[in-house]
Design a protein around this ligand. Sequence first.
Ligand SMILES: [Zn+2]
Length: 236
Amino acid sequence: MKSEYLLSGLMFCGVCGGKLTGRTQTSGKGYKTRYYTCSRRSAGHKEDCPKGYSVPATLVEEYVLGIIRQDLAQLQNDESLPLLVQQELEKLTGNRSEVAERLQRQLAKSDQELANLREHLLSLSAGAAKSLGLYERVQQATEDRERIECELAEASRDAVGVPDLDVLRARLASEFQRLDDAMALGTLEEKRELIACYVQTIKADPDQQMVHISLYPTLMSQIVAGTGFEPVTSGL
Ligand SMILES: [Zn+2]
């Protein structure tokens, strides 16, 4: 069976910056162990990456999935989250209603202009109105009004209402459920996508025997977490 490496290409070498890729070692007794090793070093660039080391795969994969799971649980239990989302949505729809208000004012102005023109027309003879170009101005003002009316209808249609807190809570809960499912039962690709959403960088540091994990601060409270690993010297 082909081994699956969740973090292949997502984790980097702290020495040379190369990508870490998966490698399976088989012991004399046929016991298989999965590791990540530096792909630059494997490709023969030993001058860039003099220290041969490998990171135990299961340990670091479980650690990364563990902090994502932990953070999801924390977010999910955050009482203020639906409120925050609602406030952000209100900002968005607020902008839309400003557009609608501006168009409303334009429409009122256009109505006033048309009324003035009609009044002017009534006070003049047809010939005088024609020589002043009033018919063209009425025509133009009518077209402008129609255009504003169309834009206003469109702006009002786009201005969807903000869902209330209960609806938002339900939506967030189903989104968390989806993420939980992907973590537990997802394919390798689904898990990798999830990790890529959460994790900015994963960097192995053989000197400190640490894997540094930087998370996207918008989703995560903590920025750097680490896990100890015993570097396995190889290829010397
Ligand atoms: Zn390296």
